[in-house]
Design a protein around this ligand. Structure first.
Ligand SMILES: C[S@@+](CC[C@H](N)C(=O)[O-])C[C@H]1O[C@@H](n2cnc3c(N)ncnc32)[C@H](O)[C@@H]1O
Length: 388
């Protein structure tokens, strides 16, 4: 099904979409402590191989830039990361189909030097100059049909070849096998009406595309092959396996525990969390064996860490003992040591909940397989057209 520019614009060219992106409540603990650092780490890995000499320009185009979140993420990374700080002079262009998004982004960041925003449809527009990083975040490519994604990527790869450049292309899409939508796992494109934008009586369908690692890599490789551009390598990253926004709305999987709210509660000093609710208890959908196998392993590690925390509270859960991955081993002993000095019960619990949130974040970040099992699937493709 072809999506017209008007349909996409209808979704985003409405003030509540812009308001949603700018609202303070959108930047909850999970976004700030889990999601944004993970996205920055993907950006960092993407730019590492195309890195330049100190002080040189890093030319970035952000596809589906919205109100400029990608610009903020990237400029924070370049400013604050100890290994990157002072390395690059950022030259950033954000493109988006929605005039309202572009106007808002210009109002927010248009006066920053070397920053621009333009209105364009990635399916039909051409890029006029070369870039070192073809960035995307917030799943803009999922608005495109699979065929349109192929076309948009061909346009990007053609731009790379024409300019004989070496660069990274980050393609951020919705993961097909997220627990947020297990009943839809058999479909790669379905109506994902964005409840958080809608007001009463405004329920237009929003068709979105969902990807497994294999499907996304196929499309990326096809685009490179069609243009004849050598791919140096691919990498894939899952973000928000347990804490996607729709674990809060439960719009596509009503029986799902509200993991995002629970993790936000762990991160909030003023809230006490019922840790037993955090146990992974999700009825999975139909999926290839490696996906089911991942969830079997991941859920056993997740549950082990939750139950280690409940044991420290003197409220044990009946969870099987499993060996944890090296990155998160020793959580219980470290927490015990850290907490032994604390006699105040409230403070003890507060600190333990915070430590649990940190170790669960680390579990997600280090064990994500890049299969399409999270809310976002980032595909990174490094291209080298310098010898063509
Ligand atoms: C979910 S928002 C993400 C915005 C931003 N990157 C962020 O992370 O907050 C997706 C964006 O993709 C834009 N978009 C959708 N289809 C597009 C197209 N064909 N060309 C350009 N932008 C598009 C939408 O207007 C919207 O701003």
């Amino acid at each position: 099904m072809k999506v017209t520019p008007e349909q996409i614009k209808t979704v985003y060219d409405q003030s509540n979409a812009v308001q949603h992106y700018l609202s303070k409540s959108r930047r909850d603990g999970v976004k700030v402590d889990w999601e944004e650092p993970f996205s920055r780490s993907v950006f960092k890995q993407a730019i590492a191989p195309v890195s330049k000499n100190k002080g040189e320009k890093l030319r970035v185009v952000d596809i589906g830039a919205g109100t400029g979140d990608g610009y903020v993420l990237l400029s924070t990374l370049l400013l604050k990361d100890p290994e990157l700080s002072g390395s690059y002079e950022l030259e950033y262009l954000g493109v988006d189909i929605s005039t309202q998004m572009v106007e808002t982004a210009i109002n927010l960041y248009g006066n920053h030097s070397n920053v621009g925003f333009e209105c364009a449809d990635i399916r039909t527009s051409k890029l006029a100059r070369p870039f070192d990083l073809y960035l995307s975040c917030g799943v803009p490519y999922s608005h495109l049909t699979h065929k349109e994604l192929d076309q948009a990527l061909k346009m990007i790869v053609t731009n790379v070849c024409e300019n004989r450049s070496r660069c990274a292309v980050i393609v951020d899409v919705l993961g097909r096998y997220s627990i947020e939508w297990t009943p839809q796992w058999q479909n790669s494109r379905w109506n994902y009406s964005m409840s958080f934008f809608q007001s009463e009586g405004d329920k237009d369908p929003t068709w979105m595309s969902f990807y497994s690692h294999q499907h996304l890599q196929e499309i990326m490789q096809q685009a490179a092959n069609a243009v004849g551009c050598p791919v140096e390598k691919f990498e894939f990253f899952d973000r928000s396996i347990m804490v996607g926004r729709h674990t809060s709305t439960r719009q596509f999987n009503p029986g799902l525990p509200n993991y995002r709210d629970l993790v936000n509660s762990l991160l909030s000093p003023s809230q006490q969390t019922d840790l037993s609710q955090l146990i992974f208890q999700v009825e999975l959908g139909a999926a290839p064996e490696h996906i089911l196998d991942f969830f079997r392993k991941f859920s056993s590690w997740w549950n082990r860490l939750v139950s280690d925390a409940t044991e420290l509270l003197g409220e044990p859960l009946a969870i099987a003992t499993v060996e944890l991955p090296p990155e998160v081993q020793g959580f219980k002993a470290a927490a015990q040591k850290e907490l032994q000095q604390i006699s105040d019960k409230h403070l003890y619990r507060q600190k333990l909940e915070f430590m649990l949130a940190q170790v669960l974040r680390k579990l997600e970040a280090t064990q994500q397989p890049g299969y399409g099992v999270g809310h976002d699937l980032f595909g990174v493709m490094w291209l080298d057209a310098t010898r063509l």
